[in-house]
Design a binder for this molecule. Structure first.
Ligand code: BGC
Length: 514
């Protein structure tokens, strides 16, 4: 198949000495908790912004609009407020700016330092949000949360991909996405509980509890060793060797260490990773760093993650049923992620991308058709309970597809393709692009729902068709390929090979080719 260019030249995947140790597993599980803060925030925002007390306190005009819209006005438009969406999306703007600084910290001081800093910023942000008295405090808190995820999402996926042995890199890296989905799910549960309080402070509990995952991540980061790749990059070879011996469970780590040293020497020839990433030999990496996170967001997943309660209210569920449905889709999200963890290193990344893409298109087209036919674009209709449940079920089919494809792969694939010299910078492009499109979707969704109505689901389906074709033709399989040997994957790809000249292959990769 066109994009199938399977791995290194001679078709064989390189194996280093060592085994999968319990130390590396525990280390990766701890690091993956960085996904918790990301997920908790995604899950909490949607619920909080549908709580009456929260709206009444901070967004009284939206509250009024919601009250008067029931019954008569167009339901598609009842939540359309730029102020309300800026609450959700301000975090992503902060995240996308801070991730640039995170790339410098991650490269100069190690992956661990960025994780620590990210956890601490998030902790502070959740405290400010919990006691917020006005919109300004709310936004300042969210900016700090944004700095937290900007650093965490930059460092954690890299950390996991570097620590993991190649044959298990997919599964271990996906711990990050797993933690993200658990964070989203727990936040949904918390919202469901606090939404029932009606004492005026339920939302405070929801936002302040973000401190718990932040604490877990911060303490976790203190306990972790840095990655051998980062230690080599910072000239700490002895420490790198000792860490490598520990995580691979053998004294003989020379081959892998040597590859890291060579990669790091290559990296030293380049003074500025930002101009290096623009060079022709890094074109495939740059394209992936932009396209993969952009497409991940254009699946429309965050419409469901941020606004599921709002969406379900729109189609006629009651307050409590709406929060409950967010819990249900959250649970599907967690379980479907395990499917990906179990299969990604066996069947590869491309199979999951392709199957997930097809499943998403089918469910999105069906949801759009049902809403268009039965709810009507005038937005005055009402779905029967049976149909509303069918929409919920279809949304779960869609969430499951995302959760075993673009969700985890959207973080895994970029984190494993960059050579060491541009890895940190590349990953911050990934986070920046991801957050930019998350921001755009968060900011535009309520307005788009108001204007495109059920057609919005068809628009997202069209995006998924495009991205699936992108995978078919342009995304190579990276399963099992050692991270410091990834250039060979591009060199063997029908399209990308024209960018990979011989002198851009490291000595160890040359040896593999012969
Ligand atoms: C995405 C988030 C999304 C989440 C849903 C992540 O991979 O980056 O934007 O909300 O998956 O599980």
């Amino acid at each position: 198949m066109a994009g199938g260019g399977l791995a290194p030249s001679n078709g064989k995947v390189k194996h280093y000495n060592g085994r999968v140790t319990s130390f590396v597993i525990v280390t990766c599980v701890i690091a993956a908790t960085g996904g918790l803060i990301f997920g908790y925030d995604i899950g909490v925002s949607g619920g909080v912004t549908s709580m009456d007390e929260f709206l009444e306190k901070f967004f009284p005009s939206v509250y009024q609009q919601e009250k008067t819209a029931s019954g008569s006005k167009n339901q598609w438009c009842q939540f359309d407020s730029q102020m309300l969406t800026s609450f959700t999306s301000s975090l992503y703007v902060a995240g996308l700016i801070s991730t640039y600084f995170a790339s410098m910290v991650t490269q100069a001081f190690g992956r661990k330092s960025s994780m620590l800093f990210g956890g601490a910023a998030f902790l502070l942000g959740s405290a400010i949000n919990g006691v917020a008295m006005n919109v300004a405090m709310l936004i300042i808190g969210r900016i700090l949360l944004g700095v937290g995820v900007g650093f965490a999402n930059q460092a954690v996926p890299l950390y996991l991909s570097e620590m993991a042995p190649p044959q298990l890199r997919g599964a271990l890296n996906m711990g990050f996405q797993m933690a993200t989905t658990i964070g989203i799910f727990v936040a949904g549960l918390v919202n469901y509980g606090t939404g029932k309080l009606h004492a005026g402070y339920g939302w405070r509990i929801s936002v302040a509890l973000a401190a718990v995952p932040a604490l877990i991540m911060t303490l976790g980061a203190i306990a972790l060793p840095d990655t051998p790749n980062s230690l080599v990059e910072r000239g700490l070879r002895d420490q790198a060797k000792a860490t490598l011996q520990k995580i691979r469970g053998t004294d003989d780590v020379e081959a892998e260490l040597q590859d890291m040293i060579e990669a790091s020497e290559e990296a030293k020839k380049v003074s500025d990773p930002w101009s290096s990433i623009l060079r022709p030999e890094h074109r495939p990496h740059l394209v992936m760093a932009i396209a993969i996170p952009m497409f991940q967001q254009l699946t429309g997943i965050n419409v469901i993650m941020f606004y599921a309660p709002v969406l379900f209210k729109t189609i006629g569920f009651g307050d409590s049923a709406s929060l409950m449905s967010a819990v249900i889709s959250g649970l599907v999200n967690v379980f479907a992620t395990t499917v990906s963890i179990a299969t990604v290193d066996k069947f590869g990344r491309r199979v999951l991308f392709l199957e997930g893409g097809i499943q998403m298109v089918v469910s999105q087209v069906a949801v759009g058709a049902i809403l268009g036919t039965f709810f009507g674009d005038a937005g005055t209709g009402k779905l029967s309970p049976g149909l509303a449940n069918l929409v919920l079920a279809l949304i779960c089919v869609y969430v499951a597809a995302f959760a075993w494809s673009w969700g985890p792969l959207g973080w895994l694939v970029p984190s494993e393709i960059f050579p060491l010299n541009i890895r940190s910078a590349g990953q911050s492009i990934v986070v920046g692009v991801n957050f930019f499109f998350t921001f755009v979707i968060a900011q535009l969704f309520l307005m788009a729902l108001c204007h495109l109505k059920s057609g919005l689901f068809h628009l997202f389906a069209a995006f998924v068709v495009v991205m699936t074709l992108f995978v078919v033709f342009l995304v190579p399989e990276t399963k099992g390929v050692p991270i410091e040997e990834m250039s060979l994957v591009w060199k063997n790809h029908w399209f990308w090979k024209k960018y990979m000249l011989d002198d851009h292959i490291t000595p160890s990769e040359h040896r593999r080719e012969d």
